[in-house]
Design a protein around this ligand. Sequence first.
Ligand code: URA
Length: 432
Amino acid sequence: MLDLIKKKRNGGVHSPDEINEIIDGFVFGHIPDYQVAAWLMAVYFNGLNDQETAYLTDAMMRSGDLIDLSSIPGIKIDKHSTGGVGDKTTLVLGPLVAAAGVPIAKMSGRGLGHTGGTLDKLESIPGFNVDMTAEHFCDLVKKHGIAICSQNSRLVPADKKLYALRDVTGTVDNISLIASSVMSKKLACGADGIVIDLKIGDGAFIKTIEDASKLAEIMLATAKNMGRKLVAVVTDMEEPLGYAIGNSLEVIEAIHTLQGKGPDDLTELCLELGAQMMVLGGKADGAASAKKQLRALLENGKAFEKFVELVKIQGGNIQYALHTGHFKKATYKFEFKATFSGFVKHLNAMEIGLASVKLGAGRETKESAIDHSAGIELIKKVGDTIIEGDVLAVLHCNNEKLFVNALEHMQKAYTFSTEKPEETPLIKTIFA
Ligand code: URA
């Protein structure tokens, strides 16, 4: 391993055997974390070329079980977000698209860096179980049209271990590492079609449209090679999505969205991604007719019914879905107020994500426990008018001392102006 670290440090190119050696050695515990951490940093600075990225994706995909969904009738569609702040899209999209008849077999991850994870959010519903065998996962999708499971130790174990190590070594935001992480999971999970929500902006791992295009290109090529369909929708992550950040706060916002009462940005994103999933899944001719069908499912209660069914079949207490007042509330609340009159000019999603981690909603190390009730409720977002003293956001926390650390990030997050800022589109472009 030392030779391989030096090779990458000196700008060398790995062979497929070398990549397999690193991944197998790491997964089986022959190569320690500290050596893989050093290799990741060498990759971060010197990169992997397209061939090495393909080898890495393949080695990671084959590090565990490959799920065979062929016994489930229909075109199975998966969705993945490259990670954002307040991104509770899967909680809405899964049941919404399943209600439209597209089988959803979804393997999700945990929080990474300043971004939250679907599994952590779902686990704020008492009893909700995300660990299951591949057989049980398939059975649920066959019977109910939906299941959301964790990439447990049998599914892409290489990504589980690498993801956790990257999170604590500053090596998350590298295009090849992101592409191999996302695609190894999506390919192992066996769906026929994949919709990627590729986030760009302050709160995302990808900051520019050029990097987003490159990442989309790598993912499209990988999917094509493996005989799968893929669409990458590039979406804005300058400011957080919706108003809730933090696990149970986000579940509550997702429930409202499934009941047709969600924030405009989250609803718009779910309709766009959902429409792409329906078209890939052969349930609609085009995005416009798909969106019409999806909007009807939000309005007639069918999407929310599917969410309640999902909670029930995965062992969660459905009372939490039916009456969101059951969710445990944080002991302390702190109002963050405006010191300026005018408009919110910018709201930095990364700073908001970091503030919520400081409050206990995310992980600072891979062993950190999540506080499900901690988080941030935004009251004002970009373009909103404010008067000095208005509450901009409410911080939720179970340890008063944590507010001080979060405050520093909140102060950096909001910037103001006397003129209304221009609106930026949520959906930037689509690669197919
Ligand atoms: N999402 C993933 O699944 N992997 C990454 O590396 C980044 C975002």
